[in-house]
Design a protein around this ligand. Structure first.
Ligand code: ADP
Length: 209
């Protein structure tokens, strides 16, 4: 975990409360954290969910794995250390969006339990809702989809004796133990997954002020 480098800094509290912000927006901020294997459907479901929320007049913003790796996290790779830093930064950014009153929808493989738990702890400490959803699929099914050809690449790298450190092939995926919801996307359609997520957001009270 990153150390605090700067000294002589003090948190500066604002005058606008979270409740006032929620009233203005007609919703409460929170983070909907999707975790799962590559090709499980995280990005696809996040895009569909954002659209449905917008139609309902709710404000969501997607933080997507590859997109963030092209900008904020372009200096990070896929070692365990870099993956941890990737998730730490995303966790902080999601928390900022949620604090601003948005529903931050994240779609990152986030394979390691302790990294996800650290993001949860960060939200808990700030009393910001953190809702973890396992976008679940057996690896063989994800591999059949392989929309980016990455499983094929990883299998070839392993066969060549090099490896690629690819989650589900030669890097572990640690499934959540206490996720608020798990969706089996080899059994549930994209539309039904979105409905389940809307229900979940409602249940957690995020869709009203
Ligand atoms: P991830 O973001 O988890 O890597 P993607 O959303 O990029 O996954 O890719 C998932 C692929 O699986 C897409 O091509 C999508 O159209 C397809 N797919 C088929 N059925 C589903 C489903 N029920 N839920 C989500 N994606 C699905």
């Amino acid at each position: 975990m990153a150390e605090q480098k700067a000294t002589n800094i003090t948190w500066h509290e604002g005058n606008v409360t979270r409740e006032e912000r929620a009233k203005g927006l007609g919703q409460k901020g929170g983070t909907l954290w999707m975790t799962g294997l590559s090709a499980s459907g995280k990005s696809t479901i996040a895009v569909a969910l954002e659209q449905v929320l917008l139609q309902r007049g709710k404000h969501a913003y997607r933080l997507d794995g590859d997109n963030i790796r092209m900008g904020l996290n372009k200096n990070l790779g896929f070692t365990a250390e870099d993956r941890a830093e990737n998730i730490r930064r995303i966790g902080e950014v999601a928390k900022l969006f949620a604090d601003a009153g948005m529903i931050a929808v994240t779609s990152f493989i986030s394979p390691y339990r302790k990294d996800r738990d650290a993001v949860r702890a960060l939200h808990d400490a700030a009393k910001i809702p953190f809702i973890e959803v396992h976008i679940d699929i057996p690896v063989e099914e994800a591999e059949k989809r392989d929309p980016k050809g990455l499983y094929k690449k990883a299998r070839a790298a392993v066969a060549a004796g090099k490896g690629m450190g690819f989650t589900g092939v030669d890097d572990p995926y640690e499934a959540p133990e206490k996720a608020e919801l798990a969706i089996r996307t080899d059994k549930v359609s994209i539309a039904d997954a979105v409905l389940q997520l809307i229900d979940l957001l409602e249940k957690h009270g995020l869709l009203k002020a």
